[in-house]
Design a protein. Structure first.
Length: 301
């Protein structure tokens, strides 16, 4: 459970004063820019070699963020026609560190007992984001970001990721490494599910709090001009999707239903992605390796 100072959410960039670079580190081409559309500072991370161009929290590998919120919110946009990489080091209750990585460079999901690698499918605003999941042998969905890639609110359920893929219990987020090529507005951790398309007045009127859904905090939100709809301007991806029993193959935006904007905000959460047999077999092996049940029992007397 997060400490009191992390509730109800923690604005990570603000709390760690990223702009001062005392508790964070940058390497290569990392610059703070003013984004007129978002009306605030964003960080641009670019370069042909992701490992040489990054923004990192905390400053050194011997330190830990110690952030216990279940959900990590990343507000970002891939740079057009480029690839990007993000690494998260997550600690389990068994004091094991698992690296969770996602990238448009990854062609397929890979897993070991200490490293999960998820392909990130950069969908275009024109509708390519709603293409069907890739089937076995197909790799065309993974690749560089399109020219019209949108700002995205990515919600990573860290507890579910460790539970679904490795049968481990989540303890806390140890570190974050944002590698080229990205524009990043902010990071946030919380035990609450924020839906940026819901206003504070709507939340009070529909009593969403009882369903565990809350409006995005104002300091973390993307601006929406009067008369516009959030989901028409930006992408919202929750991973793994709510209620999913099976792990996913990749991180990508799913299509909303027939209605452009469903009345129920929870309906806008992604649907499960069908796993290939190869991925299911690999996950089964990982579960056997990492599950406490896999430990050999002593011989009966």
């Amino acid at each position: 459970v997060p400490a009191a100072w992390q509730r109800p959410y923690l604005n990570v960039f603000k709390h760690f004063r990223v702009e001062e670079w005392r508790r964070s580190a940058k390497e290569g081409d990392v610059a703070a820019l003013t984004d007129t559309r978002l009306k605030g500072t964003v960080y641009r991370i670019r370069g042909s070699v992701p490992a040489s161009n990054y923004l990192q929290l905390p400053r050194t590998g011997t330190q830990s963020l110690g952030l216990a919120g279940r959900y990590l919110y990343l507000l970002f946009s891939p740079l057009p026609r480029k690839h990007f990489v993000v690494h998260l080091d997550v600690a389990t209750e068994e004091n094991q560190v698992v690296r969770v990585s996602f990238s448009s460079l990854f062609k397929e999901f890979k897993a070991t007992a200490t490293w999960l690698q998820f392909p990130f499918v950069c969908g275009a605003a024109t509708g390519a984001a709603c293409a069907r999941p890739a089937r076995r042998g197909e790799q065309h969905l993974a690749g560089a970001a399109p020219a019209d890639a949108r700002w995205t609110c990515l919600v990573l359920d860290l507890r579910s990721i460790l539970s679904l893929y490795l049968s481990r219990r989540y303890s806390h987020l140890k570190s974050v490494k944002l590698c080229s090529n990205l524009l990043v507005k902010n990071l946030c951790t919380s035990d609450l599910v924020f839906d940026p398309g819901v206003t504070f007045s709507e939340a009070r009127r529909t009593d969403l709090a009882h369903r565990g859904v809350a409006p995005m905090p104002r300091e973390m939100a993307f601006p929406v001009p009067k008369g516009e709809n959030w989901h028409d301007l930006y992408d919202y991806i929750r991973f793994p999707s709510e209620g999913s029993k099976l792990p996913h193959d990749s991180i990508q935006k799913s299509c909303p239903g027939p209605a452009a904007v469903p009345a129920d905000p929870v309906c806008q959460l992604p649907r499960p992605v069908t796993l290939t047999k190869a991925v299911r077999d690999r996950l089964s092996l990982i579960h056997q390796i990492t599950s406490p049940k896999a430990v050999s029992t002593p011989c009966r007397r």
